[in-house]
Design a protein around this ligand. Structure first.
Ligand SMILES: Nc1nc2c(ncn2[C@@H]2O[C@H](COP(=O)(O)OP(=O)(O)OP(=O)(O)O)[C@@H](O)[C@H]2O)c(=O)[nH]1
Ligand SMILES: [Mg+2]
Length: 457
């Protein structure tokens, strides 16, 4: 009889320990979930990822630490979980419980899946992220802009909202090499009907890499003062950024598609269908509205440098590429044709591909963004025309578009009428001789619209 109370109290102590362990696990799991949510919540993700280093007072390193400590808490709680099971005598062996992947495990899974594909085949790289047909694509607008361009930007936003986004509501990301002013942010937020995100560009994406000779770059700017933007330093950083970095901004990580919009552009017609969905469902990669010839003086060595790269990496060339659009002599010389990149509706994974990253890196080391004035338009165009098959490119003949001083005005009378176009077909640039529309139609084997010659100047 005297033993019973001791036995009972031992059982009570064991029970109390179990309750404490159980509570500990619950609390740990609770705190872990909360921390992970901090970066999974869209608004907080915006705060965290805005600059790559620091935005709105939150340091990215802190976030990584949060992820790491959340993973540690998770691992601890799993150990405790297993221990608790054993204590309760319910499990004969320790079976790790199912859990959400940690950040490290997620990265390892992505790396493993990349290794499985052929890294030189850009389409197979892009396809692994391809959304299911009919589902809404992960897409956004992206605008690189200065605070001083607010007025022209509002005009552009109003056009895009009226003609497209009021109906389709895609997020809009604004990027700047300087912090946006409160006035800028407030005004833009009022104009955009969907989620708006503001990002500061990390300094390492908008400065001289250590392999650039800045004295040589300064001399080049002096020598090129007679060329448009030839003396501008910021224009060169802008072109390099649009070529090699905007798609690396953390704010774009969650998207597969973007539509580039600049201040002071116009959309002349209604767009009654979801262009991102159309691109995704038709398995297109790069869409444009205007083609044009480049100023030769700005890209004196771009073609030679590009061809040197592709000679060393011929495996990056797509089989059915669009070399004919770029060159009239099978690659020997550049005919200066390119897609005008102030408008682009494209798949971000094109630029994230091993081929494009290696190409950009090669160009960047050659120095022409600073020693000449290489534009992002010919750089994007040469890559898009060569590393993906030609049927992955799409000319949006139905999107009425204006960037000073040229128009894409739909020539098809049905499109013009049905989409309420507000432009002068006589001004359409597509088949004028300074454009490269004729070259594009011929290289891609497309039939030119009836009467196209009458638009040629
Ligand atoms: N934040 C920032 N944005 C810039 C800078 N320079 C250009 N941009 C943006 O980059 C895009 C391209 O610049 P633009 O000046 O339009 O270049 P462009 O289209 O070749 O020349 P334009 O014919 O003058 O329009 C635009 O969206 C600009 O707002 C800069 O120094 N800082
Ligand atoms: Mg512009």
């Amino acid at each position: 009889m005297a033993r019973t109370p001791i036995f009972l109290s031992k059982r009570l102590v064991r029970f109390a320990i179990l309750v404490i362990v159980f509570l500990f696990i619950i609390l740990n799991l609770g705190s872990q979930t909360k921390k992970v949510n901090v970066i999974e919540n869209k608004d907080d993700y915006r705060k965290v990822s805005g600059t790559g280093t620091n935005i709105d007072g939150i340091d990215k390193i802190d976030v990584l630490k949060t992820v790491a400590s959340a993973a540690a808490v998770m691992a601890d709680s799993q150990k405790n979980d297993a221990k608790a099971n054993l204590k309760a005598g319910e499990a004969a062996e320790i079976v790790p419980p199912k859990h959400e992947l940690t950040q490290k495990e997620k990265l390892a899974a992505v790396e493993a899946s990349i290794k499985k594909i052929n890294p030189s085949d850009t389409m197979s790289f892009i396809n692994q992220f391809q959304g299911v047909k009919g589902t809404r694509p992960k897409a956004c607008f992206v605008t690189l802009v200065r605070n001083s361009e607010l007025h022209g930007l509002v005009d552009s936003i109003r056009m895009v909202e009226k003609r497209f986004n009021a109906q389709f509501k895609y997020d809009w990301i604004f990027l700047n090499d300087e912090p946006f002013t409160e006035e800028f942010k407030k005004t833009v937020q009022k104009e955009v009907s969907s989620t708006v995100k503001f990002g500061l560009i990390p300094e390492e994406h908008w400065s001289y890499p250590n392999y650039i000779d800045q004295t040589k770059a300064a001399k080049a700017r002096e020598d090129m003062a007679h060329i448009i933007y030839g003396s501008s330093e910021s224009y060169r950083h802008m072109c390099r950024y649009q070529s090699g970095f905007f798609w690396r901004h953390p704010l774009l990580d969650e998207y597969d598609w973007y539509w580039r919009v600049e201040p002071d552009i116009k959309l002349y017609c209604d767009i009654n269908y979801d262009v991102f969905q159309w691109m995704q469902d038709h398995e297109k990669v790069y869409g444009f509205t205007i083609t044009i010839h480049e100023y030769e003086d700005t890209i004196k060595t771009l073609w030679k440098t590009s061809m040197d790269f592709f000679k060393q990496h011929s495996d990056y060339l797509a089989k059915d590429n669009l070399m004919k659009f770029l060159s009239d002599d099978n690659g020997k010389t550049y005919n200066l044709c390119h897609f005008w990149s102030n408008f682009e509706i494209a798949n971000l994974n094109l630029w994230r591909s091993p081929a494009y990253k290696a190409y950009f890196d090669y160009l960047d080391h050659a120095g022409g963004f600073f020693y000449e004035r290489w534009g992002d338009a010919p750089v994007h165009s040469i890559a898009a025309a060569l590393i993906i098959p030609q049927d992955k490119l799409h000319y949006f003949s139905d999107i009425g578009y204006h960037h000073v001083p040229y128009d894409n005005c739909p020539l098809d009378p049905v499109v013009f009428k049905n989409n309420n176009c507000d432009c002068d077909q006589g001004n359409d640039f597509t088949f004028q001789s300074y454009s490269c529309g004729k070259e594009y139609f011929e290289a891609a084997g497309l039939e030119k619209p009836e009467g196209w010659e009458k638009y040629r100047d």
